[in-house]
Design a protein around this ligand. Structure first.
Ligand code: IPM
Ligand code: MN
Length: 330
């Protein structure tokens, strides 16, 4: 029996890149049982379905979810993002968003030079806030940031465990403690208390604005970064830009306790402008597949795929050609 994988190709280039990802996984000799789900903007336009509770219930029996990209220009912004992606993160309690980056550095034995651990269920993404006197000249909009001790602590502990298993054993907390004094204080105190459990891990702290400069000018200073939901969102796009572009950026939305399936997706979006042109680089989706295999303890296959993706010879040609080149090397 193979691993039970829910596949959501989604919109735009999503299905194209997922097809290559599945091809490569198969070439690596890993047995998957696939369950396809037609979800995303295109499905929403058809019958207004976003993410039914019945589907969420079915997913509880799966080992992982593999997603291409969702979103179409015809659907107003936010509908699919909140109704599908964020709902998945919240309902499946995917509280770790892990995003590894490869720069020109000498790397770690895992091949990832630095990894951003982004808290994935709280912060400004929790949706606290609202309007007062909406539509008037005196309207007020507030948008809160929710930070629970439980949520912050489990995220920070995951990051310490990860750092502890790496060569450099270093963890940087990124926040904005000089301005966000309440949330920042909770993050800082939690970081310091969890650090006591990991005496071998070196630590430091960067404000998020400074971290943006370091990430461009000196990314090698980082090993593992832990940060909140919004800072992590922004910082990982920057991470993608400094490490080979968004065509390579992969991600894992993890429920580390495995009480529900974790979800693996490229960081890039559905890129409707290049659908069907063969211009989409499937590598980010393929690397997300490797993260999925790693999480499913198919370590050897995951490493083979990462190595093949890092070979520059695989990085030319159309979507299918890149997928074939990587599949041929695993
Ligand atoms: C990401 C995306 C999402 C986020 C959007 C689509 C809601 O930008 O996965 O980084 O902000 O988390
Ligand atoms: Mn983002």
């Amino acid at each position: 029996m193979g691993h039970k994988i829910g596949v959501i190709g989604g919109d735009g280039i999503g299905p194209e890149v997922i097809k290559e990802g599945l091809k490569v996984i198969q070439a690596a000799g890993v047995d998957l049982d696939l369950f396809e789900y037609d979800l995303g903007g295109t499905r929403y336009l058809k019958d207004e379905t976003i993410l039914p509770d019945s589907v969420l219930k079915e997913w509880k029996d799966l080992d992982a979810l593999y997603l291409g990209a969702v979103g179409t220009p015809e659907v107003p912004p936010g509908v699919i993002e909140r109704g599908l992606l964020l709902k998945m993160r919240f309902e499946l309690d995917l509280y770790i968003n892990l995003r590894p980056f490869v720069t020109a550095g000498d790397g770690d034995s895992s091949g990832h030079d630095f990894i951003v651990i982004r808290e994935n269920t709280e912060g400004t993404y929790a949706g606290e806030g609202g309007f007062l006197r909406k539509g008037t000249n005196h309207e007020i909009a507030t948008q809160g940031s929710v930070n629970t001790r439980h949520g912050v602590e489990r995220c920070i502990r995951y990051a310490f465990e990860l750092a502890n298993n790496r060569k450099k054993k270093h963890l940087t907390l990124v926040h904005k403690t000089n301005v966000l004094t309440f949330a920042g204080d909770l993050w800082e105190r939690t970081f310091e208390s969890v650090a006591n459990e990991f005496p071998d891990v070196g630590t430091d702290y960067n404000h998020v604005d400074a971290a943006c400069i370091y990430m461009v000018q000196d990314p090698q200073r980082y090993d593992v970064i832990v940060t909140d939901n919004l800072f992590g969102d922004i910082l990982t796009d920057l991470g993608g830009a400094v490490s080979g572009g968004i065509g390579l950026a992969c991600s894992a939305n993890l429920n580390p306790e495995r009480s529900s399936p974790s979800m693996f997706e490229p960081v890039h979006g559905s890129a409707p402008d290049i659908v069907g042109t063969g211009q989409a680089n499937p590598t980010a989706a393929i690397l997300s597949g490797a993260l999925m295999l790693d999480f499913l303890k198919e370590t050897e296959a995951a490493q083979k795929i990462e190595k093949a993706c890092a070979n520059p010879a695989t990085q030319n040609g159309t979507t299918t050609e890149i997928g074939d080149a990587i599949a041929n090397l695993v």
